[in-house]
Each structure stands twice: as structure tokens, then as C-alpha cells.
Write a protein that binds this ligand. Sequence first.
Ligand code: SF4
Ligand code: SF4
Length: 150
Amino acid sequence: MAKTKKKDKAGKKAQIRCHQCSGLCCRYFALPIETPEDADDYDDIRWYLSHTQTQVFVEDGDWYLNVLNPCIYLGPDNRCLNYEKRPKICRTYKTDDCELTSGDYGYELHFTSDKQMEEYMKIKFGPKVFERYDAKKHTKAKSRSKRKTR
Ligand code: SF4
Ligand code: SF4
């Protein structure tokens, strides 16, 4: 299941915390993604990061795509408009280690833009890492032109 941070309004303590919070855990969801192995995998993640409102982070060795979109049921007063029918993941989420109470997730890696990934790839695979795609493009173009001339 996706890594998620959701409200637990069952306990009194939780009610107090959630009441004081702007619904931080209802403003994104994070999905696990495959651990990248080669430059192509990292380049796919660079593509994820080219989209607005996305981040990628690594926690305990696992990679996640973080989509920063609020839930449609988050009301203007930061309360759940779908409280009776809210998904299980929202019901079981605990405030003990949530966004408001923990603050620091201790990410091993945290990318907030494609440019960051670009720089990371240059360090990891060398400054010419992106030239390989140009080389591939030229090879394809060559083989296409060869086919045309036959
Ligand atoms: S981040 Fe924590 S305090 Fe804020 S709404 Fe979610 S569970 Fe409640
Ligand atoms: S359903 Fe309610 S508790 Fe769950 S994420 Fe949406 S607003 Fe938050």
C-alpha cells in the first residue's frame, strides 16, 4: 500500500492535534516506486519530477513518488468532508508520527525538481550521462535513413 499520512481523529489527543493542524496529511499521497538501478531508471524519475507538484524521496532504502495534491474532501476549515465514509487508511493513521508531530522524516534522499535529479545523475554517472541519449537518437536516425535509401 502507498505510504500515506492520514488523520486519526478517534483519540482525544488526536482530536486536539488535528484541530490545531491545517490538515497536512490530507494534502498529498506518496506511492512506492521501484528502486532505480541504472541511468535510464534515474532518467524516468527525472521525468516524474518534470511534472508540477511532484517530489521523490528515499526512506529506509525505499523510493517513493510524492504527489502534492490535496484530497477533494479536505474542507475549507481543514476538516474531513467525508468523515463517515473516509477510507480505511485515513481511519487507521496515527498522529504519533504524523506531519505535525514528527516534523523530520530523515529522508536519505529528497528530490524536489528535475534539475536536482539532473545534477545527481551527473555526479552518479558522470557529466556526460545525457550524451548517451543523443548518441542513441543519432544511431536511430542513421538506421532510419539507411532504411529509406534501400
Ligand atoms: S498531520 Fe497529524 S495533526 Fe495534522 S491532520 Fe494529519 S494526523 Fe492530524
Ligand atoms: S478522506 Fe478525509 S481524512 Fe482522508 S485524506 Fe481526505 S480529507 Fe483527509
